[in-house]
Write a protein that binds this ligand. Structure first.
Ligand code: LLP
Length: 412
C-alpha cells in the first residue's frame, strides 16, 4: 500500500519544516504489519528505519524488533522494548560482537543471533545460560544487488552451514540456551530462492536432529519500487514457510515458533522524501534538475543503482509537459544523481517540466532512507514527520551545523 498524501499537505509540511524533509504515513506501516499477521512473530529489522517514534508505533502494534548495534539496542530500549525475564522484545543479530555490546546484551538479557562461532565463545565464557539463535549461511544467497546478497561464499554473513556441528558443540559446552535457527539470504528474495532456503532449513535441522524452539525466516520481502513491479503475495510467502515449520515440528515432536524479520516491507512504501528544485540547467543535450537533497540524504540510487519513483509537485497552476531529465543533488560529487543505474551510469527519466521552487517527491523512501543518511559535505540530517490520520508530528528535528561542529570543538 502506498500513502495517499495530498499535494497540499506535502507543500504545507515543507513550508512548516523546510526542505528537504522525510514524511511517513503510520497507516501504511500498520497495513503492512497486518499483511504479515499469519507469522507468530513479526520482528522489525530496524536498520531500515530506526526512528524511535516508529519503533514505538511498531511496539504498540505488537511487532518485536531486531538490533544490529549497541545504538540500535539502545533505541529499542528507549522505545520501551525489553528482553528481560524471557521476553524476546529485542534480538541482537550480527557476525561479531564488540565488547560494549556484549556487556549490554548480558545486562539486558537480550538473545544473541550469532553469525560466527567466535560470538558463541565470547558470550558463553561470560554468560552461560544466555539465549542464542544461530544465523546460518546455507551456501547460497540472492539480493536486489550484489551488495544485498547475504548468502554464499562471497558473503561475510552467518555461520557456514557445514560448521553447524562446531557451533552446536560450543553452545553445549557453555550451557547456552539454543532458541532456534535463522536464515536471511538477502533483500529481494524470490519464491524460488524461498523454497530453497526453506528446504535448507528443514534439511539441516533433520540432519543434526536439532531441538529448536523457533525458526526465523529473516527478512528480504521486496516492494514494488517501479509501477509494474509485482507485489509480494504474503499469504503465499507464509504458506511456504509454514510448510517448512510443520515439517520441523513433526521432526522435533513439539510446536515450533515461526518468526519473520522484515525491514523494507514494513516501512519503505510509507515514506517519501521531499526536496526543492534549486537549479535547472542544460548540459550538452541533457537537462539536469538539481534539488536540495543529495546522496547523503537518500543514498540508495548512488549505492545500488536503486530506482525510486520521482514526481513533481508544481508550485503554481501552470500546465507542465513531460521532459526527459537527469535528477541530481547539491553534493560536490558526480555520483550525486538520483536517476542512475548499475555501475553509476547516469540515466534520463521522464518528469513533468520542473522549475526552480517546485518540490520533487521521492517515493518509497521510508526504508534505508533516513537510516542510511550521512553528514557528507557537512550537511545536517534532515527532519522526519509522521502523519497519523489527522495528526502530523515532527519525529526528528533538523540537525544543525553547530551540532556537527560541537563534536570537534568540544574535543579539545
Ligand atoms: N534480517 C537481516 C539479518 C538482515 O541483514 C536484513 C537486511 C534484514 C533482516 C532486512 O532486510 P529487508 O527485509 O529490509 O530486505 N540498504 C539496502 C538493504 C540492506 C539490507 C541489509 N540487511 C537497501 O537499501 O536496499
Amino acid at each position: 500500500m502506498k500513502p495517499d498524501f495530498s499535494p497540499a499537505l506535502l507543500s504545507s509540511l515543507v513550508q512548516r519544516y523546510g526542505s528537504p524533509l522525510w514524511v511517513y504515513d503510520a497507516a501504511v506501516v500498520r497495513a503492512n504489519i497486518a499483511a504479515l499477521r499469519a507469522f507468530d512473530t513479526i520482528r522489525f529489522a530496524q536498520k531500515a528505519n530506526s526512528n524511535v517514534h516508529l519503533l514505538r508505533l511498531m511496539r504498540e502494534a505488537g511487532v518485536k524488533v531486531d538490533a544490529v548495534s549497541l545504538g540500535e539496542i539502545d533505541r529499542a530500549l528507549a522505545a520501551g522494548y525489553s528482553s528481560r525475564d524471557g521476553e524476546s522484545g529485542i534480538v541482537f543479530t550480527a557476525d561479531l560482537i564488540d565488547r560494549a555490546t556484549l556487556e549490554r546484551v548480558i545486562e539486558e538479557e537480550i538473545p544473541v543471533n550469532a553469525g560466527s562461532i567466535d560470538m558463541i565463545h565470547q558470550l558463553g565464557e561470560l554468560a552461560p545460560g544466555h539465549r542464542v539463535w544461530l544465523r546460518i549461511n546455507p551456501g547460497f544467497g540472492h539480493g536486489h544487488s550484489n551488495k544485498t546478497n547475504t548468502g554464499g561464499e562471497q558473503s561475510k554473513h552467518g555461520i557456514w552451514h557445514t560448521q553447524l556441528p562446531q557451533a552446536l558443540a560450543a553452545i553445549k559446552r557453555y550451557g547456552l540456551h539454543l532458541v532456534g535457527l535463522h536464515m536471511h539470504i538477502g533483500s529481494g528474495v524470490d519464491y524460488r530462492h524461498l523454497e530453497e532456503v526453506c528446504g535448507a532449513m528443514v534439511a539441516l535441522i533433520r540432519k543434526h536432529a536439532i531441538q529448536v524452539e523457533a525458526i526465523s525466516a529473516g527478512g528480504g520481502l521486496s516492494i514494488p519500487y517501479r509501477q509494474d513491479d509485482p507485489r509480494v503475495d504474503t499469504e503465499h510467502y507464509f504458506s511456504i514457510w509454514n510448510a517448512a515449520r510443520n515439517e520441523i515440528s513433526a521432526q522435533t515432536g513439539h510446536p515450533v515458533h515461526l518468526e519473520i524479520e522484515p525491514g523494507r516491507y514494513l516501512v519503505a512504501e510509507a515514506g517519501v522524501m521531499l526536496a526543492e528544485v534549486r537549479a535547472v540547467k542544460e548540459v550538452g543535450t541533457r537537462q539536469f534538475v538539481l534539488v536540495d537533497a543529495g546522496f547523503n540524504d537518500l543514498m540508495r540510487p548512488s549505492m545500488y543503482g536503486a530506482y525510486h519513483e520521482i514526481s513533481l509537485l508544481p508550485g503554481d497552476q501552470s500546465v507542465r509537459a513531460p521532459r526527459r531529465v537527469v535528477v541530481g543533488g547539491p553534493l560536490c560529487e558526480s555520483g550525486d544523481v538520483f536517476t542512475q543505474g548499475d555501475g553509476g551510469v547516469v540515466l534520463e527519466r521522464e518528469l513533468d517540466e520542473a522549475k526552480v521552487g517546485d518540490l520533487l517527491v521521492f517515493h518509497d523512501a521510508g526504508a534505508y532512507g533516513a537510516s542510511m543518511s550521512s553528514n557528507y559535505n557537512s550537511r545536517p540530517l534532515i527532519p522526519e514527520v509522521l502523519i497519523d490520520g489527522e495528526s502530523q508530528r515532527l519525529i526528528r528535528r533538523r540537525q544543525t551545523v553547530a551540532e556537527l561542529l560541537a563534536l570537534e570543538l568540544e574535543a579539545s
